[in-house]
Design a binder for this molecule. Structure first.
Ligand SMILES: Cc1cc2nc3c(=O)[nH]c(=O)nc-3n(C[C@H](O)[C@H](O)[C@H](O)COP(=O)(O)O)c2cc1C
Length: 176
C-alpha cells in the first residue's frame, strides 16, 4: 500500500513543458514591482488564485505553523494580509511578530518567498478590509486585523528543465 503511494507520488509531473524565462539581470530594483509583474504574468498563464500564499508563523517557543491566506495589497507599509487576532496565527503574531509568505505558481514553475517583521495596520484599515470581503454582510468584527509583513528578504525562484533553477534574492530595502 505505502509502496504504491510512494510510486504514485514519485510519478507525478512537476512543471509544465513550457516555462517562462527569467533574467535576474533585467529585473527591476524594487521587488514589489517584480512581484506585480509576476502576478500579472501568473494571471495571464491561467493561475486562478495567484494572490493565495502560505503564511508561516511561530509561537513564543519557536514552534512553526503555516496556513494559506490571501495577499490583500503591497504598499509602503508592506505586504498586507488579514485574519482574526483571536486565531492561532493572530496569537502567534502577538507573541512573535515575525512571519514568512510563500507563493507557488505551478503553471509557470515560479515561487516567491518573503520573510520579515509584521506590523498591525490601523483599526480603520482593518474594518475596511473586513467590510469589503466577499460575502460581507455589514456586521462588524472587532477581532479582524489587517497586518503588513515588512520583508527583510525576498526571493524569486524560476524553475528550469535543466534543473539550473534561477534564484533572485533581494535583501532589506524599499518595497513600495
Ligand atoms: C486559498 C485560501 C485562502 C485563505 N485566506 C484566508 C485569509 O485571507 N485570512 C484568513 O484568516 N484565513 C484564510 N484562509 C483560512 C486559513 O488557511 C486558516 O485555515 C484559518 O485562517 C485558521 O488558521 P490558524 O488556525 O492557523 O490561525 C484561507 C484558506 C485558503 C485555502
Amino acid at each position: 500500500m505505502s509502496e504504491t503511494f510512494r510510486q504514485l507520488l514519485r510519478a507525478l509531473p512537476d512543471f509544465p513543458e513550457l516555462l517562462p524565462g527569467f533574467d535576474p539581470a533585467a529585473a527591476p530594483a524594487d521587488p514589489a514591482e517584480l512581484f506585480r509583474q509576476w502576478l500579472r504574468e501568473a494571471l495571464a498563464a491561467g493561475v486562478t488564485q495567484p494572490n493565495a500564499c502560505s503564511l508561516a508563523t511561530a509561537d513564543g517557543l519557536g514552534r512553526p505553523s503555516s496556513r494559506m491566506l490571501i495577499l490583500k495589497d503591497i504598499d509602503a507599509d508592506g505586504w498586507h494580509f488579514a485574519t482574526s487576532r483571536a486565531s492561532r496565527k493572530g496569537r502567534e503574531l502577538s507573541a512573535n511578530p515575525q512571519a514568512a509568505l510563500n507563493f507557488y505558481w505551478q503553471q509557470q514553475g515560479r515561487q516567491v518567498r518573503a520573510a520579515g517583521g509584521v506590523i498591525e495596520l490601523s483599526a480603520a484599515a482593518s474594518a475596511s478590509d473586513w467590510h469589503t470581503r466577499p460575502g460581507a454582510d455589514g456586521s462588524d468584527n472587532p477581532d479582524w486585523q489587517l497586518y503588513a509583513l515588512q520583508p527583510r528578504e525576498i526571493e524569486f525562484w524560476q524553475a528550469r528543465h535543466d534543473r539550473r533553477h534561477v534564484r533572485h534574492r533581494y535583501g532589506q530595502q524599499s518595497f513600495s
